[in-house]
Write a protein that binds this ligand. Structure first.
Ligand code: MEV
Length: 290
């Protein structure tokens, strides 16, 4: 049998991470970065992603590929080789991009089948993810996602964001579990914070420009901090971005490490330079890619 190929996109959550796990909406966009895979039947499973330093024949990545294959009714084992432009373990949807690319390469018939199969893989990586990452990785664009309604695209042009990597790897399942514990130990306060995060996502979808969106990003970072999801390094990245002229900056994804995004039309290079001068990896990326 010959090899087959597939692609998936990375994503950035502008507003609403964690809230989206509890049914609130989140505002997110696909990145012009992602994963392209080549998949072929093989006697032993294997997953190789040179850009992520990954070359394994067991563990989570192999189990995720097996779960995707099973969801699509495929039998046997597979060798997966991936070219990735999205960084891993940064909250930018790298695992969903991989899962979506593999689901497509294994013959998922359409977007709905791709999302369902990729979500089976994501559950291996992250426990009980909301589905926002696979929705963006599959469909691209920019829009609101909620567990109840799925992905609702917004007809907006793509725009540039600056992404700074904290260098602290993050663990989505562990951070989602932290929030679940807080919902038990202080339910009213936690649900208030999650509700405001979801409301910010709706407000963000209606914002007309960076001047409107920026303060919403700053407020979301404060709320995520109150949920214990920031780190001193993420706070520092946000402070550096604001000092260098960003309209707003926040952690993105699960938190506890990973990435910060900054919105700074016309000042992107200045933000990236400020982060790099402090030793961080930074890049400018188009959001809303299809
Ligand atoms: C991770 O990209 C976003 C979280 O909201 C988890 C999820 O939605 O599955 C933290």
């Amino acid at each position: 049998m010959t090899a087959t190929v597939g692609t998936g996109l990375g994503k950035v959550i502008l507003l609403g991470e964690h809230a989206v796990v509890y049914g609130h909406p989140a505002l997110a966009g696909a990145l012009a970065l992602g994963v392209r895979v080549r998949v072929e039947p093989a006697p032993q499973p294997r997953v190789v992603v040179p850009a992520w330093g990954l070359a394994v024949d067991d563990g989570a990545a192999v189990a995720a590929i097996a779960a995707i294959a099973a969801a699509l009714g495929r039998t046997g084992s597979f060798a997966v080789h991936a070219d990735a432009t999205v960084p891993s373990r940064a909250g930018l949807g790298s695992s969903a991009a991989l899962c979506v690319a593999v689901a497509r390469a294994l013959g998922a018939a359409d977007d709905a089948a791709t999302e369902a199969a990729a979500q089976a893989g994501e559950q291996v990586f992250h426990g009980n993810p909301s589905g926002i990452d696979v929705a963006l990785a599959t469909r691209g664009g920019l829009g609101l996602f909620s567990r109840g309604s799925g992905f609702t695209p917004l007809a907006l042009p793509s725009f540039a964001l600056v992404i700074g990597l904290s260098g602290e790897p993050r663990d989505t399942a562990a951070r989602v579990a932290d929030v679940a514990r807080q919902r038990t130990s202080r339910p009213a306060e936690t649900d208030r914070l999650l509700g405001e995060l979801g409301a910010l996502a709706v407000a963000g979808a209606g914002a007309h420009d960076a001047t409107g969106l920026g303060p919403l990003l700053d407020r979301a970072h404060e709320l995520l901090a109150q949920l214990g999801l920031t780190t001193p390094t993420l706070d520092r990245l946000c402070a550096l971005a604001r000092a260098a002229g960003a309209h707003g900056a926040k952690l993105t994804g699960a938190g506890g490490g990973g990435a910060v995004l900054a919105l700074a039309p016309g000042r992107e290079e200045a933000i990236a330079a400020a982060w790099r001068a402090d030793g961080f990896t930074a890049f400018i990326v188009d959001v809303g890619a299809a």
